[in-house]
Design a protein around this ligand. Structure first.
Ligand code: ACO
Length: 331
C-alpha cells in the first residue's frame, strides 16, 4: 500500500532544558524514596528543574528560537504559534501569547492546547491541517512544561516522576519529495479524567486556603490506571497511524515515544514487535516532561545524527484527559 502524500513537513527542531539538574539521590532527602525505586520502576535518574524566576514561556521561547534557527527562518516568517502545555505562565492569557511577545512575532494566531503529555502531538496535528488547507505556511509548534511548580513535593508518588523543559518544531509546506507528516491521529477518553488531575484552582473547585493546604492545586495521579491504559492506547494509536500511513511497524527507523516510564515504552515496543533499540530514549536525563518530551527527544536525536533525513519516524504520546495520539513522519 502506498503512503499518502505529506502536506506539511518539519523544517527545524529545537529544545531547551533548565540548567539545574536534580538527581534521584537529591529526592531521597525530601521524600521517602530511593534512587533504586525510581530508576527501576521508571528509568528516571535525573530531571531538569527551572530556576526561580524562569517562566514556562522563557523555556518555550528558547526552544522556539532554536527551532527557527535550525529551519533558517525568523519569527517574522511565522504564521501561527501553537503551544502544548498544562503549566503556562498564567491561567489567562495563553502561554503562546507570551511566547509570541518574547519571539517578537507579528500579529498572528497564537494559542495553547491543553492535552497534557499529548499536547505536542495534538499541536502537530492541528498545525498540519492549517498548512494543508493553505491558511498558514510556517507554524511553530512547541511542547513545554514547568511541572516542578505544580507538583506536591511531599507526594512521592508524583514528585519523583516529572521534570521541566521545552521542545519545538517549525512546520512548513511539504515539498513533494515524500518527506513530511504522513499521518497523524489524536484521541481522548474523558471517562478517565480523574485519574490524572489538578483538582483545585478551576471553576469546579476555586482555591481556598484549605485547598492550598491540601495541595488541591497540584498534580494528583492514580499511576497504575494510567500505566495500563498507556500501554494499550499508545500501541493501538501507533498501529492506527501506521495503517493510515500505509506502513507497518517494521518500516520505521525510529520511534520517539512520550518519555513517562521506561516500562511503558518497553511494553509498547513488545506490542509493536520492535526492539527497544529502535526507540529514542532520554527519560534517564529528563524524567517525564509531559508535552515537551517528544520534541526534546526528537531534537536531540536529529542534532546528534541518529535521526536522518528521509527516515521514517513514529511519535506516540498519552497523558491526562486521558488524551493520546500518534504521528508518522518521514524526516
Ligand atoms: N518511592 C518509593 N516507593 C514508592 C514511590 C516512590 N517514589 N512511589 C510509590 N511507591 C510505593 C507505593 O506506595 C507502593 O507501596 P505499597 O506496595 O507498600 O503500597 C509501591 O511503591 C508500588 O506502587 P505502585 O503505584 O504500584 O508502583 P508502579 O509500579 O505502578 O509504579 C508509577 C508507579 C511509576 C507511577 C507507574 O504507575 C507509572 O509510570 N504510571 C504512569 C504514569 C504516566 O504515564 N503518566 C501519564 C503522563 S503524565 C501527564 O499527562 C502530565
Amino acid at each position: 500500500m502506498s503512503s499518502p502524500q505529506p502536506r506539511s513537513r518539519i523544517l527545524g527542531t529545537g529544545s531547551y532544558a533548565p540548567a539545574r539538574v536534580v538527581h534521584n539521590t537529591d529526592l531521597e532527602k525530601i521524600v521517602d524514596t530511593s534512587d533504586s525505586w525510581i530508576s527501576e520502576r521508571t528509568g528516571i535518574r535525573r530531571r531538569h528543574i527551572a530556576a526561580e524566576g524562569e517562566l514556562t514561556s522563557d523555556l518555550a521561547a528558547a526552544a522556539g528560537r532554536s527551532a527557527l534557527d535550525a529551519a533558517g527562518l525568523s519569527a517574522a516568517d511565522l504564521d501561527m504559534i501553537i503551544v502544548g502545555t498544562i503549566s503556562g505562565d498564567t491561567p489567562m492569557p495563553s502561554c503562546a501569547v507570551y511566547v509570541q511577545q518574547k519571539l517578537g512575532a507579528q500579529e498572528i494566531p497564537a494559542f495553547d492546547i491543553s492535552a497534557a503529555c499529548a499536547g505536542f502531538v495534538y499541536g502537530l496535528t492541528i498545525a498540519d491541517q492549517f498548512i494543508a488547507n493553505g491558511v498558514a505556511r510556517h507554524v511553530l509548534v512547541i511542547g513545554v512544561e514547568l511541572l516542578s511548580r505544580i507538583l506536591n513535593w511531599k507526594d512521592r508518588t508524583t514528585c519523583v516522576l516529572f521534570g521541566d523543559g521545552a521542545g519545538a518544531v517549525v512546520l512548513g509546506p511539504a515539498s513533494g519529495d515524500g518527506r513530511g507528516i504522513i499521518s497523524t491521529r489524536i484521541f481522548s477518553d474523558g471517562t478517565l479524567a480523574n485519574s490524572l488531575v489538578i483538582p483545585g484552582g478551576g471553576t469546579a473547585e476555586p482555591l481556598t486556603p484549605e485547598g492550598i493546604e491540601q495541595s488541591r492545586n497540584k498534580v494528583h495521579m492514580v499511576g497504575q490506571d494510567i500505566f495500563k491504559v498507556a500501554v494499550k492506547n499508545l500501541s493501538s494509536a501507533s498501529l492506527i497511524a501506521l495503517d493510515t500511513a500505509g506502513m507497518a511497524a517494521g518500516d520505521l527507523d525510529w520511534v520517539v515515544a512520550h518519555q513517562a516510564n521506561l516500562r511503558i515504552i518497553s511494553q509498547v515496543a513488545a506490542r509493536l514487535s520492535l526492539p527497544l533499540e529502535r526507540f529514542v530514549l532520554n527519560i534517564e536525563e529528563y524524567g517525564n516532561t509531559s508535552s515537551a518530551s517528544i520534541p526534546i527527544a526528537l531534537d536531540e536525536a536529529v542534532r546528534d545524527g541518529r535521526i536522518k533525513s528521509g527516515q521514517n519516524v513514529l511519535f506516540c504520546a498519552l497523558g491526562a484527559g486521558i488524551s493520546w495520539g500518534a504521528s508518522v513522519i518521514r524526516m
